[in-house]
Design a binder for this molecule. Structure first.
Ligand code: PHE
Ligand code: NA
Length: 455
């Protein structure tokens, strides 16, 4: 059945353009900054395994669901959910799912931009040759000096947010699409180089064991929730980013193949990052669970030792900045699309308004590392609280509801039609995973982590 609906915001030039954009959204700080540090906090192997299980069992089917809802609705997540709810004879309250996504997007962007600012700061440090011959103490001093300086963080955060806003203002289809085509593969290659270096360090074997030999005795429910959250965060799921990108997808493109490709690339980059970082952690006697500064305190040691370290270091942080940039625009896009659809605000103004809101909220996060480091709620700083709330709660909840809508509320004929699978085995697998595995999995992890049930 041909769908006449078109997005007023434009369309990708091809399926490849969508894959690039969606991969640009998925691959970012989540893979290279967050995955290693969370893995370190939860003790390695078992966490990694649970994370990968979540990606395959819950991530891929929900990724397909988000793309399919987006393409069918062809609007911002809020209006897409409202329209589809009406078409499928469901309650209009499904629009709130879109709302939750927009809010989650702002919250994530607010701290994402702060960390994006760190990567920008590190580009400058790398160019200046700061890493030559550094020790573990030097790198941690450099990092602590950066995050301890609120004004400096504010400047970098502001720059990163301006970069994000500019691209969104121009329309994501014209923005980073071309740059991503070259920079993503380049980042991948550079990570492989870093893993090559890490293999030459004495800690490599220990790191392999740490990452790939699961020790379930050390796993707590909290770790399972964290793995689930990281899977959603990494695949950009549960907040409408993939939904809005799906709304620009040409009608003929195959959703299942696309989703698998994105998930494979995203996980590949995360694992490579782990393989590049943990050998250094063990070789230099660093602490795996030291927290959000992990990559900034380990990788510079490698750059300081390896040949052409200044060049590689600079390239690395430039590419990481691009990866973060192509993700941050997808965090802002759902809100901007909504503002321009419903309020008739021009895209450029909508971008500025949304960018400013996220920028202000980000200030809370950047102060968490210095002036407000001791102001804690539930034992967490503002930054930690926002990160926890969005990643471990809002994204899985958004993903759960997306799955429920796609597989329980939507008519079977609608989803089969949109996925282009007909009544094939592939379709049955998707439907089973989205109907049962994903919602039950997320619900169980939630209930267990909140102590409501105890398995
Ligand atoms: N997936 C991105 C990353 O791994 C972060 C992100 C989360 C982007 C949610 C969009 C939506 O860095
Ligand atoms: Na990711």
């Amino acid at each position: 059945m041909a769908r006449p609906r078109q997005s007023i915001h434009g369309q990708w030039s091809s399926r490849w353009a969508f894959i690039l954009a969606a991969t640009g959204s998925a691959v970012g700080l989540g893979n290279i900054w967050r995955f290693p540090y969370i893995t370190g906090e939860y003790g390695g192997g078992a966490f990694v395994l649970i994370y990968l299980v979540c990606i395959i069992g819950l991530g891929v089917p929900i990724l397909m669901s988000e793309v399919l809802l987006g393409r069918r609705g062809r609007q911002s997540p809020i209006n897409t959910m409202r329209t589809l709810a009406e078409e499928e004879g469901a309650r209009p309250q499904w629009g709130y799912l879109g709302w939750m996504g927009v809010v989650a997007g702002f919250l994530i962007l607010s701290f994402y931009s702060v960390v994006g600012g760190w990567t920008l700061a590190y580009v400058v440090r790398a160019i200046g040759g700061t890493f030559a011959g550094v020790t573990a103490t030097d790198t941690s001093n450099t990092f602590n000096a950066l995050i301890g300086d609120a004004e400096r963080l504010l400047a970098w955060h502001t720059l990163f947010m301006v970069m994000t806003t500019v691209v969104v203002a121009r329309g994501v289809q014209h923005g980073l699409e071309k740059a991503t085509r070259i920079l993503m593969p380049a980042l991948f290659i550079l990570l492989v180089v870093m893993v090559g270096y890490a293999m030459s360090t004495p800690g490599f074997v220990e790191a392999m064991q740490y990452l790939f030999r699961p020790d379930f005795a050390r796993i707590e429910t909290e770790a399972i929730l964290a793995a689930l959250g990281q899977a959603f965060f990494s695949l950009s799921l549960g907040m409408g980013a993939i939904m809005i990108y799906g709304s620009y997808l040409p009608a003929k493109a195959s959703i299942p193949r696309t989703a698998l490709a994105i998930a494979a690339m995203d996980s590949g980059v995360a694992i490579l990052a782990g393989l590049a970082i943990f050998p250094l952690v063990f070789s230099y006697g660093l602490e795996a669970g030291q927290g959000s500064g992990l990559i900034f305190q380990t990788l510079p040691i490698a750059f300081g030792q390896m040949p052409y370290g200044t060049l590689f270091g600079t390239l690395f942080f430039v590419l990481l900045t691009f990866a973060a940039w192509s993700s941050s625009i997808s965090l802002l896009e759902p809100a901007v699309a909504w503002l321009s659809e419903n309020r008739g605000i021009r895209r450029i103004n909508a971008s500025i308004i949304a960018g400013c809101i996220a920028w202000v909220m980000g200030i809370g996060s950047l102060l968490s590392f210095n002036l407000m480091a001791d102001n804690k709620l539930f034992g967490k700083t503002f930054f930690e609280l926002v990160e926890y709330l969005t990643t471990n709660i809002m994204l899985p909840l958004g993903g759960l509801l997306t799955a429920v809508f796609a597989a329980w509320i939507m008519k079977r004929s609608s989803s089969a039609d949109e996925l282009g699978l007909g009544e094939s085995p592939g379709y049955h697998m998707w439907r089973f995973a989205t109907r049962y595995i994903a919602p039950v999995g997320v619900a169980l992890v939630f209930l267990q982590a909140t102590g409501i049930i105890n398995l």
